[in-house]
Design a protein around this ligand. Structure first.
Ligand code: ZN
Length: 84
C-alpha cells in the first residue's frame, strides 16, 4: 500500500516502524521479491506501507524483471506429505 509517512497502522492502529524489508510485490499477475526495500511496517498486524517514490521504483523493477539476476527458490511442502 502506498502512503505518506505515518505513525499508526490504518487497519489496526498499531505502531508503524521504518525497516528495510524483503518486500513481496504483485505486478500484472506476477510476484517478485525485492530485498532491502525501505518500508513502514506495522508492529501489530505486519501491514507494509511504501512511500510513493519507493512504490514507483518497485513498479519499475517489476517492469524490468527480465533484468533480475537472482532467482530465489523456496521449499514448498505439501500439507499431506508423508512424515514417517
Ligand atoms: Zn496494523
Amino acid at each position: 500500500m502506498v502512503t505518506q509517512k505515518k505513525d499508526l497502522c490504518e487497519f489496526c492502529e498499531g505502531k508503524v516502524e521504518y525497516h528495510l524489508i524483503q518486500a513481496m510485490f504483485h505486478f500484472k499477475g506476477q510476484t517478485i521479491y525485492v530485498d532491502n526495500v525501505p518500508a513502514w511496517v506495522c508492529k501489530r498486524c505486519g501491514e507494509q506501507y511504501f512511500d510513493a517514490p519507493v512504490y514507483k521504483r518497485l513498479e519499475e523493477i517489476a517492469r524490468r524483471r527480465s533484468r533480475i539476476k537472482k532467482t530465489v527458490r523456496f521449499p514448498l511442502a505439501e500439507y499431506n506429505m508423508i512424515l514417517s
